[in-house]
Design a protein around this ligand. Sequence first.
Ligand code: ARG
Length: 561
Amino acid sequence: MKNFKDSFADVLFEALDGHLDKQKISLMIEKPKFEHMGDLAFPCFELAKILRKSPQGIAADLAGKNGSPFFEKIEAAGGYVNAFLEKGIVTASVIRQVLTEKEAYGDANLGNGQAITIDLSSPNIAKPFSMGHLRSTVIGNALALISEKCGYRAIRINHLGDWGTQFGKLIVAYKLWGNEEKVKQQPIKELLKLYVQFHEEAEANPELEDMGRQWFKKLEDEDGGALSLWKWFREESLKEFSKIYDLLGIRFDSTNGEAFYNDKMDRVVELLKEKKLLIESDGAQVVQLEDLPPCLIKKKDGTTLYATRDLAAAIYRHETYGSVQSLYVVGNEQSLHFKQLFSVLEKMGFTCAGGLVHIPFGMMLKDGKKMSTRKGKVVLLEEVLHEAISLALEDILKKNPDLPAKEKVARQVGTGAVIFHDLKNFRMNDIEFSLEDMLRFEGETGPYVQYTHARAASLLRKGKFAGSSGDIQLEDPEAWPVVTALMAFPEAVKRAFAEYDPSQIAKYVIELSRAFNKYYASVRFLEESSQKQARLSLAYSVTIVLKEGLRLLGIEAPKEM
Ligand code: ARG
């Protein structure tokens, strides 16, 4: 991997005669604020203290010593050494590297194949798939792809909300008012209706609550036919969720939900007892925490809780996958839960505790208000995705009616638009939901990036580009911003991973698209000239990196659209 920062560090290291080590130098190198200050800058202020010389003097000394072919000149300016890349050589070297490495360009081997578990999506069965779950799905999947790019083995876990007192209530409601046919036809809608009815009737008839608790107890004891009803609810719900996952092209390594841990919680309780962490409070079992409210482990009636299942799950994941990091992509409103969870695990002496990370995100808003799934007022996500897809199809029919595989491309563009809209901002920001904004072809949208990719791909077809061999000599000055953008990809990948922030990649592909479109407007790619092959080589590099960048976000890049 050619990294020009390293080349500059090499030059400086030689010139500094061992006064600073190479890694330290590399960390100090910055990007200058203005273009006329070159491509890389090294500040000499710290060195001035060590050498007891003026920063200006040191910079002037260092500037004279350029032994690298990659730098056109190295200059002193103020207390800085500014390096200017030799554009011709660098351009050729970057394009050659992308063309050779193809989609492996930007791979970083940080992980050495170690496992990272990623808890993502995790909707609750018998309830609609919410916008929050979509955010978790999309962010989690991107983080999985980015960590794979960084050399980790990502394990995607869909921790379904399929256990808890609410299923006791649902069983009661179904037994009292349910209808098998109706549930089969529209499982989620019908089950949600029953659940809502339960709460309405329970206000007048508190006995229902008791029945609900009893049925959950039966469920936990695997008794009285409760389990087979529950299994059915779960299967029907999963069928519905799969439609969304299929549209988005998302697969999981495990769909072990909360129920999976039912027989693994006794051990957790035993461990907590052994470590003398469990105390009784009002008949319930809790773990006391220093700066947080106590974590409830078992209720009075002996049933377990969300937190108990998460404790069992964390231990199970660590033991099963040997994961070095365990990420939980879950809305911000569950921050306290995860703080308590991690803190209990730490008290238990759980060694992976340092690798446990809650990855919160903001809300999806509609007209500035939270999109709600309660009280039957549901935004059906599947419908949202289908609408995006049909809008994309409409657009294709208008602009490119002869396009082959229109339906497929419409799906790629429609879902790509929804995903990109989610990932383009830092995840903690709230997002205003707007199909119109998502599907625009200009500005910071998925379709804009996909369109840029398709445009470059079409140049390659029309120009009958058959790969490039030999020297690449690209002389267009307008190509330089494209080259520097290509160069920045590996850093963007690493940053996105280090900060668990897919928006770094989204912003990156926007920048590369902008640079390329500007260049596209300034030259005639298809004109026969000595530059044609070199120009097309650059266009090809752009298609490779845009496609790979989109892939890391979970978005496909059609060749034509
Ligand atoms: N099912 C939960 C919800 O919808 C999210 C589960 C998140 N993952 C976890 N391990 N707690 O709120």
